[in-house]
Design a protein around this ligand. Structure first.
Ligand code: NAD
Length: 319
C-alpha cells in the first residue's frame, strides 16, 4: 500500500468527541483536513469539539457506530476511536463496549472499504492484560482473563484487532493498528475513574489521593499531544502494525500521586484503598518499532504534561 497524500484529506473520526478524539480532530483541522466527527456522546461531549464548529470542512454527527455508518462524500481516512475507554465507563457500559469493538469496528471497516480509505484502529495496551512480559513488545500475545470484569474492553479490542487483520487479508482494506498506552491531558473527565484526573481532582479539592493496593503497580503515561502525533504518523505511514504508542518512562502509582501533590502544591495526603480485580501489576511499552519505523517518540515530560493538565482542571472546575 502507498502512504496517503498529506494534504486536504477527508478523515472520519469515530469517537471524535471524546478525550483523545477531540485532540485528534483539532490537529487534523489545524493541518487543513476536512473532518467528520462521529460520536454517540456516551462518554464524550459536543463541548469537546465546540471550538471546531464552523471551521471549514468540520462536521459533527451524532451516531452510534454499532449501527450502520454512512458518509455521503468521499472519505480518505477512517480513524476508529469510538469505545468507552476508562474502567469506570466500560464497567457501566459493558455490552455497549463490546458492540463498539465488534459491530462498530465492522461498520467502520466497511465504511473504509466502500470508500477505498485507509483505516486505523486505536487498540490498547489492555490487549496485553496483566502482562507476563515486561516491557510489552508488539510480539507479546498477552495475558487476559476472558471472563473478568475488564474483559468487555480487553476482548472487544482483541476482537477488533482480529477483525481488522482479517478484513485486510480477505478484502484488501488498507489497515493500521496502534496500541495506545495510558494517555492523559486536558478534556479528561475528573470522575472518569482514571488515575491522573482522579488524583488531580482530589489534590485540588484537598482530599486524600486514593492509591489502590500498595501503590507499587506501574503505568506509563503519555501526554495527549504525543499520542495524537503518533496516531497521525501511523495513519500517514504504510505500516499495518500493530505498533505500540506510549511513553516508556514508568511510574509507580504512589510516585504519580506524590508528583501530583507536589505540582498542585496541595496539602493532601495519600490513602491506600483496595485494588480492583485483574488490575495489571505492570504496564510499560517497548516502543522500538515506533521509534524505528515511524520516527516517533514521546516528547512531553510527565512534569510538563501534568502541569498543563492541572492548569486545565483549575480552569474547568466542573469537568
Ligand atoms: P473517551 O471515552 O473520552 O472517548 C471515546 C469516545 O467514543 C467518546 O466520545 C464516546 O462518546 C464515543 N463512543 C463510544 N462508543 C461509541 C459508539 N458506539 N458510537 C459512537 N461513539 C462512541 O476515551 P478516550 O480516552 O478518548 O479513548 C479513545 C480511544 O482510544 C478508545 O478507542 C480507547 O480504547 C483508545 N485508548 C485510549 C487510551 C487512553 O489512555 N486514553 C488508552 C488506550 C486506548
Amino acid at each position: 500500500m502507498e502512504s496517503l497524500p498529506t494534504d486536504h484529506l477527508h478523515a472520519v473520526v469515530t469517537g471524535g468527541a471524546g478525550f483523545v478524539g477531540s485532540h485528534l480532530c483539532t490537529e487534523l483541522v489545524r493541518l487543513g483536513h476536512a473532518v467528520t466527527c462521529v460520536d454517540d456522546f456516551c462518554t464524550g461531549s459536543p463541548d469537546n469539539v465546540r471550538h471546531l464548529a464552523g471551521r471549514p470542512g468540520f462536521e459533527l454527527r451524532e451516531a452510534d457506530v454499532a449501527d450502520r455508518l454512512d458518509i455521503d462524500r468521499p472519505v480518505d481516512l477512517v480513524l476508529h476511536l469510538a469505545s468507552p475507554a476508562s474502567p469506570a465507563d466500560y464497567l457501566r457500559l459493558p455490552v455497549h463496549t463490546l458492540d463498539a469493538g465488534s459491530l462498530g469496528t465492522r461498520n467502520a471497516l466497511a465504511l473504509a472499504q466502500r470508500h477505498g480509505a485507509r483505516f486505523l484502529l486505536t487498540s490498547t495496551s489492555e490487549v496485553y492484560g496483566d502482562p507476563l512480559q515486561h516491557p510489552q513488545s508488539e510480539t507479546y500475545w498477552g495475558n487476559v482473563n476472558p471472563v473478568g470484569p475488564r474483559s468487555v474492553y480487553d476482548e472487544a479490542k482483541r476482537f477488533a484487532e482480529a477483525l481488522t487483520t482479517a478484513e485486510a487479508a480477505a478484502e484488501g482494506v488498507d489497515t493500521a493498528i496502534v496500541r495506545l498506552f495510558n494517555t492523559y491531558g486536558p478534556r479528561m473527565r475528573s470522575h472518569d475513574g482514571r488515575a491522573v484526573p482522579t488524583f488531580i481532582r482530589q489534590a485540588l479539592a484537598g482530599e486524600p489521593l486514593t492509591v489502590t493496593g500498595d501503590g507499587s503497580q506501574t503505568r506509563s503515561l503519555t501526554y495527549v499531544s504525543d499520542t495524537v502525533d503518533g496516531i497521525l504518523a501511523m495513519a500517514f505511514s504504510e505500516l499495518s502494525g500493530p505498533v505500540n504508542l506510549g511513553n516508556d518512562t514508568e511510574f509507580t502509582m504512589l510516585e504519580l500521586a506524590r508528583l501530583v501533590i507536589e505540582l498542585t502544591g496541595s496539602a493532601s495526603t495519600v490513602e491506600f484503598i483496595a485494588r480492583p480485580t485483574d488490575d495489571p501489576a505492570v504496564r510499560c511499552p517497548d516502543i522500538t518499532l515506533a521509534r524505528g519505523k515511524l520516527r516517533w517518540e514521546p516528547l512531553v515530560p510527565a512534569r510538563e504534561g501534568l502541569a498543563r493538565t492541572i492548569d486545565w482542571f483549575r480552569e474547568h472546575p466542573g469537568a
